[in-house]
Ligand binder design. Sequence first.
Ligand code: SF4
Length: 351
Amino acid sequence: MKICIKNLNKEALKKALSDLSDKSYVIDNIFRAIYQRGIKNFSDITDVSKDLRLFLNNNYEISKLNLVKKEISKKDTCVKFLFSLQDGETIESVLIPHKNRLTACISTQVGCKMNCDFCVTARQGFTRNLSTSEIVNQVLYLNDYAREVMNKKVDSSIRGLTNIVYMGMGEPLDNLENVIKSVDIISDDNSLGFGKRKITVSTSGLVDKIKIFKESCNARLAISLNAPNDEKRNQIMPINKKNPIKEIIKTIKDLKFNMHNFVTIEYVLFKGFNDAVDDAKCLALLLKGLPIKLNIIPFNEYKYSKYHSPNMDTVSKFYDLLAKEGIVCNVRHSKGTDISAACGQLKSKDL
Ligand code: SF4
């Protein structure tokens, strides 16, 4: 069976083609043809030898995602895509416009193992990791949609994606190898040339994997904290029993992040659970002096959710307290709430 060439970063492609060519410009030409010109057949790569085209044709394929459904938010023009994969599994990705930014939120797994109590994806269980090509293809599809559709229908200044966040379905660091390869590909100058600082990979806090990620990838890291102490975090994020808060904080310190290469801490605010003044004080103590920026995200309720959104007054008080303690923070409101595209609301099966 042929494998998709988009599973190979440049290093892997060079190795695979080493018997036919050792010239790096040949690999560059193949990358440009696939990722910049979007060719559908290897015979269209006219700037490599005929033998190489034949070899590619006999051994590789160029996969794409099939769109099953697209929903556009009436509130904020956020767009949610449901894609089907070659084995019939499905995933969701979201395009999020905000001021002059256009962010793609992409998935890394079909479902998720982490079982966070507030998350819709967790309810569908875990099926499998996405391949590198399935991750890259989400970025390519959303980038093309931005350039071709949003540019004409929404705003002619849109030239493509500005940011990519690995925050869709799945725990990205549980699929680390494919995530790193996908970052390699989309950040390559002969592909989309995406700055690694414009790419953020999120984790629920897999400490060992964070170390490998930091050593092998320059993309930004976000950690979903969501509670100021282990007692509360254990209740909503079972992964905390293996990777408690003190280990996460130690990892941030040990890995020598800095304010140029800071960690984003995500803190979803749940009404009556982690939004009290004492929670804010405890969180400030925990984060003070660390090279982090804090995103406070009011929870978005969904059908059957046992958690609720805090009111705006509570959110403001929480933010003010943290800011007064010198924590660099923002309040982030999820987009696409009317089409279930907000943080933690993605799913690809009826539940
Ligand atoms: S919040 Fe993220 S890590 Fe937790 S279950 Fe959902 S998708 Fe997985």
